[in-house]
Ligand binder design. Structure first.
Ligand SMILES: *Cc1c(COP(=O)(O)O)cnc(C)c1O
Length: 376
């Protein structure tokens, strides 16, 4: 953790943490590169014609992902609200000004019940903020294409909303088949792929009218929402800036930071990046397997992202929930993914971590496990 923070934590009396939990909003999500940070710093003292900046961003997003066009919003929660608004109003200024009153519009959004997610807010609320109402299709465990078809029937459907995320609790859906079902009814489809920047082209290949991605997650850019999609939907999202989108606008420094991050993404040797990440996870797993009371293995990303994580199964005298709490209570606090802690499993995402931090994690794991062995 040398130098990177340049005393920011100390100056403002803030806790320096090790984030092995992934792209987690309460911890600041990701680490931007020095190049992205410099681009942001360069943007802050300048004026811009903001529409020009938005046009350049649209071109860069199209170039990077194969989308027809792109728009930038404050974040993906905002993108959900604004993409739904966009399909309801189009670019009509009167309709945009009337939101969240949708009484004259097709205002029903179909969402598979198995894809209701809570990323700190429920996506149902993000949809409802636009003035739309939500129809859930299928059950929490599963939504079949037949059940989707049933929910899509009727004249007042504004769009189908789908989610591509490891947060999805139910069975994975065939997104391409779901998009086709919507299109057969003349209904546009939006996919929330907030944590899926590296897979944006795959999600667009489903035929979705818009794919929503968080710039601050795997693009490691400043916080912002990327709306990738058709000219029509993107224009209608941008037009919301004169309505409910005013409170969800991107900052100039975020847009400039995204332009820099997209340039770096193009220049990057992705095969090497993936190989380096895989080697890092493998080395961590081997070292963790040496510790008593633990078995470690490589866990591929369940959504097909080109990265894996370390899965630690805790079998000694300490349970996984307690181990995670001890790691978080120490100095520095170490945050890990505890979604499967009740099954004795902790997940470590290593992407943004350096060698020093990995060493600290392994040392602290050894300490905690040793402490419980002694206590037995
Ligand atoms: C993170 C996340 C969001 C919210 O994204 P923000 O950019 O933080 O608003 C929405 N949906 C999913 C699936 C997410 O993972």
């Amino acid at each position: 953790m040398v130098n990177r923070t340049m005393g920011i934590h100390e100056r403002h009396r803030l806790t320096e943490v090790i984030n092995a939990k992934g792209t987690f909003t309460p911890l600041g999500v990701s680490r931007s590169s020095a190049g992205v940070a410099a681009a942001v710093a360069g943007a802050l003292p300048e004026f811009f014609v903001m529409d020009e900046l938005a046009d350049r961003a649209s071109d860069a997003l199209a170039h990077a992902t194969g989308a027809q066009a792109g728009a930038i919003t404050h974040c993906t929660a905002a993108s959900i609200t604004l993409a739904v608004a966009a399909v309801m109003t189009g670019v009509d200024p009167n309709r945009i000004a009337a939101l969240p009153d949708t009484s004259d519009l097709h205002n029903r959004v179909v969402l598979p019940a198995s894809q209701v997610v809570d990323y700190g807010q429920s996506n149902v609320q993000a949809i409802r903020l636009s003035g739309a109402s939500v129809t859930l299709a299928g059950s929490e465990k599963r939504c079949s294409i037949d059940e989707l078809n049933e929910a899509l029937a009727g004249p007042d459907v504004a769009c189908l909303l789908l989610v591509a995320s490891r947060l999805v609790p139910g069975e994975a859906m065939d997104l391409t088949a779901a998009v086709r079902a919507a299109h057969r009814r003349g209904v546009p489809a939006i996919i929330d792929g907030a944590g899926q920047f590296p897979r944006a082209a795959d999600l667009l290949a489903t035929g979705a009218d818009a794919v929503l991605v968080s710039a601050q997650k795997y693009l490691a850019a400043p916080t912002a929402g990327l709306v990738l999609g058709t000219h029509r939907v993107v224009a209608a999202v941008r037009a919301q800036g004169k309505g409910i989108g005013r409170a969800m606008k991107p900052t100039k420094e975020a847009i400039v930071g995204i332009l820099a991050a997209l340039e770096e993404w193009h220049a990057m040797d992705r095969a090497k990046w993936e190989a380096d990440q895989a080697a890092k996870v493998l080395a961590f797993v081997s070292a963790a397997n040496e510790l008593p009371g633990l078995t470690a293995e490589v866990l591929p990303d369940p959504t097909g992202l080109p990265l894996s994580r370390a899965l630690l199964t805790v079998s000694g005298g300490i349970d996984a929930t307690t181990l995670a709490a001890e790691l978080q209570a120490g100095t520095p606090p170490i945050y890990v993914e505890t979604a499967h802690a009740l099954n004795g499993q902790l997940i470590f995402e290593l992407v943004p971590l350096d060698a020093d931090e990995l060493e600290i994690i392994l040392t602290r794991l050894a300490m905690e496990l040793q402490a419980t062995e002694k206590a037995e």
